[in-house]
Design a protein around this ligand. Structure first.
Ligand code: BTN
Length: 239
């Protein structure tokens, strides 16, 4: 059976490995995937000691208060990082917005980060999600995009996990056009000024490959690739 067929028939979340503590659920799941774990395999933990973020950043969590999960996707559907962000936002609720490419914000503060680690030659990707479910305000890290919390209870972590998995199943089966429409409906940057190392402009949504479209002051358009660009608030250093 092909990886795409695997995906179609596959529910996400089984088998599941839950660890009290681990360096990084993404790192553990990449190793399991290399060893042949099936589509849908889930790794969760109560605490990460070396949580990975995008662009080489770290992801920190106070034990027992965050959703920390990685799920294995065999076959690489287009715009997977955007699919993942839409799924997390949908599981959180209508108030959740997405800051390109896949930070999930509530009230302008980042409550969730997504790190997709793909191995295209091996035909798989690991989708890692962290959500500040029950993190207390005083435990939020300093971050370029101000961090936020859902303000829930530790017992809310498991139901949110179930919601993210079901929403991601839907997103994996959705046509690209529907994914992009759902992403655009939650776009936190649309029409806002953005800046990066080499330039600045106004965000104009994403193209069909998930690149951020930015209109420069002279009217020209540039498309930014998520793997290469750190956005910054105008006047601030790239984050
Ligand atoms: C980001 O915003 O930079 C992405 C953060 C992704 C964090 C999650 S937590 C679970 C999974 N395991 C990791 O090591 N990272 C992701």
């Amino acid at each position: 059976m092909s990886a795409a067929e695997d995906r179609e028939r596959g529910r996400l979340g089984l088998p599941r490995l839950h660890l009290r503590e681990v360096g990084s659920t993404n790192a553990r799941l990449v190793a399991l995937a290399e060893a042949g774990a099936p589509h849908g395999t889930l790794v969760t933990t109560g605490h990460q000691t070396a949580g990975r973020g995008r662009l080489g950043r770290t992801w920190v969590d106070p034990p027992g208060r965050a959703l920390l999960m990685s799920v294995l996707v065999r076959g690489l559907p287009p715009v997977l990082p955007l699919r993942a962000a839409v799924a997390v936002a949908a599981a959180i609720g209508p108030q959740a917005q997405i800051k390109w490419p896949n930070d999930v914000l509530v009230g302008g503060r980042k409550v969730s980060g997504v790190l997709v680690e793909g191995r295209p030659q091996r035909g798989f990707a690991v989708v890692g999600v962290g959500v500040n479910v029950a993190v207390r305000e005083e435990d939020l890290p300093d971050a370029p995009t101000p961090a936020g919390t859902l303000g829930g209870r530790p017992e809310d972590v498991e139901p949110l996990l179930a919601g993210v998995l079901r929403a991601l199943e839907e997103q994996l089966d959705a046509p690209v056009g529907a994914v992009l429409a759902a992403w655009r409906a939650r776009d936190a940057l649309d029409g806002r000024p953005v800046a990066w190392t080499d330039g600045a402009g106004v965000a104009r949504g994403v193209d069909e490959e998930g690149r951020l479209r930015v209109e420069r002051a002279d009217g020209t358009e540039v498309r930014l690739d998520a793997g290469e660009v750190r956005l910054a608030a105008p006047g601030a250093p790239p984050a």
